[in-house]
Design a protein. Structure first.
Length: 371
C-alpha cells in the first residue's frame, strides 16, 4: 500500500516565463514531487532570469525543444492568452498532463480544436480558474453541493475592476475585438457561479455593453450586464465593469455573489473591503506594478498575497493541489478543459448578444462568434 501512495518524480516544463509562469514555477520548485524544471520563454533574457531564480535545469526560447525533453512529464502553459494553442497541442502530442492558464484559446474554433485534441488523447488537462481555490468559494460549493439551499433558482454576481487590467490587455493586442471584460475577466466570476450551479444547462444569453471610457481610447468595452437562463428556468444575473478609475483601491477586482435556492440563501462578499490600507508609501497595483496607489484593498490580487517572501493564497493552493494530483492521483476541484471551453462559449455568447442587442440561443458556434 505504501508504494501506491509514493509521489512520482515530476519533470515540469513551464512554457511562458512571465508573471504567472514565475509564480507557478516558484511554487513548483518547493514541491517535494518536482525533481526537474525546464523553462521556455521567447525573451531570452527573461527566460534566463526566471531559470536562475527557480534553479531550473533547462532553459530555451523554443517551446518545442522544451516539450521534447525526455525529463518533461507535465507542463504548465503560461504564455499570453492568444499564444496558448500551439504549445498545448505540442504537449498533448507528447501525452503530458497539463495546467493551462485560461482560456484554452481566444477564439471558439481554436478552443474547440484544442478541446478535441485533449479529449482524443486522454491527457489530464486542467485550466487555471484560480478563484475556485478561495476558501469562501470552496465552502459555498460544499453547501450548494450537499443541498443546503435546496434547488438553486437565482444567482447574481457583480464584479468591479480597476481599469488598469483592461488597459494592460488592450495595449498588448492589435485585435481589441477579441478582448472584452467578459472574456478576459468576467469569466472568473462566471466559472465560479457555473461551478456552484453544476448540473444546470444554460439555454439563453441576453446582454448589453457600454464603451464610454475604453471605446474612444482603445476600441474597447467598459462593462457588460447580462442574464443567462437555464433549461430548468433558473436565472443567473451578472455584470462586470473593468473601467473603474485607476484610483479604485482594488488591486484588481471586487466580487459579490448571491445564491438563492428553494430552501435557503447564501451571500458571498469577496470585495476585500475588510482589510484596507491607506499610506503615504506608494503601493504597486497587482498586474501593473509600475502604477501605484496610496489606498489598497490588501487581498484583492487574485493569485494571493506576498508575505515573508512567498505567495500565499489561491494560486499557491491551486498549483500545489495540481502537483499532488499528478503525484498521487487525488481528485481536485480544478476546472476541466471542457468546462473552460464552455466558459469561453458563454462569454462569447454574452458579447454576441450585446452586439446584436437581442437574446442568443445557447450554445453558440464558432460561426456565430464572427457573425
Amino acid at each position: 500500500m505504501a508504494s501506491d501512495r509514493a509521489p512520482r518524480n515530476i519533470g515540469l516544463a513551464i512554457v511562458g516565463a512571465g508573471r504567472i509562469g514565475l509564480i507557478r514555477g516558484e511554487i513548483a520548485a518547493r514541491h517535494p514531487s518536482v525533481g526537474w524544471i525546464g523553462i521556455a520563454e521567447t525573451r531570452a533574457d527573461r527566460g534566463k532570469q526566471v531559470a536562475e531564480r527557480l534553479g531550473a535545469d533547462f532553459v530555451t526560447t523554443d517551446f518545442h525543444e522544451l516539450l521534447r525533453r525526455p525529463e518533461a512529464t507535465a507542463a504548465v502553459i503560461a504564455t499570453d492568452e492568444h499564444l496558448h494553442v500551439e504549445p498545448i497541442l505540442a504537449a498533448v502530442e507528447r501525452g503530458l498532463p497539463l495546467m493551462i492558464e485560461k482560456p484554452l484559446a481566444t477564439e471558439l474554433a481554436e478552443s474547440a480544436r484544442v478541446l478535441a485534441a485533449i479529449q482524443r488523447s486522454g491527457v489530464d488537462a486542467v485550466v487555471g480558474y484560480t478563484q475556485r481555490f478561495r476558501r469562501r468559494f470552496l465552502v459555498a460549493k460544499e453547501k450548494v453541493r450537499t443541498g443546503q439551499l435546496g434547488d438553486v433558482t437565482l444567482v447574481t454576481s457583480r464584479a468591479f475592476m480597476n481599469r488598469l487590467v483592461a488597459l494592460d490587455n488592450y495595449r498588448r493586442t492589435d485585435r481589441p475585438e477579441t478582448i472584452s471584460p467578459m472574456v478576459i475577466s468576467g469569466t472568473h466570476a462566471l466559472d465560479v457561479v457555473m461551478w456552484l450551479m453544476e448540473g444546470k444547462t444554460p439555454v439563453e444569453a441576453y446582454a448589453r455593453s457600454i464603451d464610454r471610457v475604453l471605446g474612444p481610447s482603445h476600441r474597447g468595452i467598459d462593462a457588460t450586464a447580462a442574464l443567462i437562463t437555464m433549461s430548468d428556468g433558473a436565472l443567473y444575473h451578472l455584470n462586470i465593469s473593468w473601467a473603474l478609475p485607476v484610483e479604485w483601491p482594488g488591486s484588481v477586482y471586487s466580487l459579490e455573489i448571491g445564491i438563492v435556492g428553494t430552501e435557503g440563501v447564501l451571500t458571498i462578499d469577496d470585495t476585500h473591503r475588510d482589510v484596507v490600507m491607506a499610506t503615504a508609501v506608494p503601493q504597486p497595483a497587482g498586474y501593473t506594478p509600475e502604477t501605484t496607489r496610496n489606498v489598497d484593498f490588501l487581498e484583492s490580487y487574485p493569485p494571493g498575497n506576498i508575505a515573508l517572501g512567498e505567495l500565499w493564497g489561491p494560486m499557491r493552493e491551486e498549483t500545489s493541489s495540481w502537483l499532488s494530483r499528478l503525484a498521487l492521483g487525488h481528485p481536485t476541484p480544478h476546472a476541466t478543459a471542457a468546462e473552460a471551453h464552455n466558459r469561453l462559449m458563454l462569454t462569447k455568447a454574452l458579447d454576441l448578444s450585446a452586439r446584436r442587442r437581442q437574446p442568443v440561443a445557447l450554445p453558440i458556434t464558432p460561426e456565430d462568434e464572427h457573425a
